[in-house]
Ligand binder design. Structure first.
Ligand code: DCM
Length: 151
């Protein structure tokens, strides 16, 4: 059975290999421009609407995270971006999904809330606490703010 298989590969106290192999990645961008970080307010689904996030979305099968990030930011915001570096860490979302975050720089375009968002805000390094971030985004936002402050 699936549960027996899962138990068979589960390290003590850890998540099973099977679980990790089937986990889907959501990639989000800490997008920088002129010393500020981009925050996006979700318009859906209802339980997340009104909360702020680092914009991004799900990897398509066969896609690399950096490719998925560039595609999602183009679709959702109408901008071109260049991924820079992974922010270390991986944060659980709903069951079966994990969040990974990359820093990225704005290459061209002015972000507009085309899909999934109803407001955007550029935050300076000392303004990152001024919006109500999704809980799962907070560690990456804190690290992104630190990188911004040190840059
Ligand atoms: N998500 C998140 N934090 C982000 C981006 C996305 O928690 N910075 C979550 C919200 C959704 C899922 O990932 O449950 C997929 O995102 P989307 O609906 O934008 O494709």
């Amino acid at each position: 059975s699936a549960s027996a298989r899962e138990a068979a590969v589960a390290p003590p106290g850890g998540r099973s290999t099977l679980r990790r192999m089937t986990e889907r990645v959501v990639v989000a961008g800490a997008v920088y421009d002129r010393g500020r970080l981009l925050a996006a307010r979700r318009s859906a689904p209802e339980e997340l609407a009104g909360r702020w996030e680092l914009p991004g979305g799900k990897l398509e099968p066969g896609e690399r995270p950096e490719e998925a990030l560039v595609r999602e930011l183009r679709e959702e915001l109408g901008v071109e971006t260049e991924p820079l570096a992974r922010i270390p860490g991986s944060w659980p979302l709903k069951p079966g999904y994990v969040l990974q975050v990359w820093t990225a720089r704005l290459v061209s375009g002015e972000p507009r809330p085309l899909e999934d968002h109803d407001a955007l805000r550029w935050l300076g390094p000392d303004e990152t606490d001024t919006v109500d971030w999704l809980d799962q985004d907070r560690p990456a936002v804190a690290e992104a703010a630190r990188l911004l402050r040190d840059s």
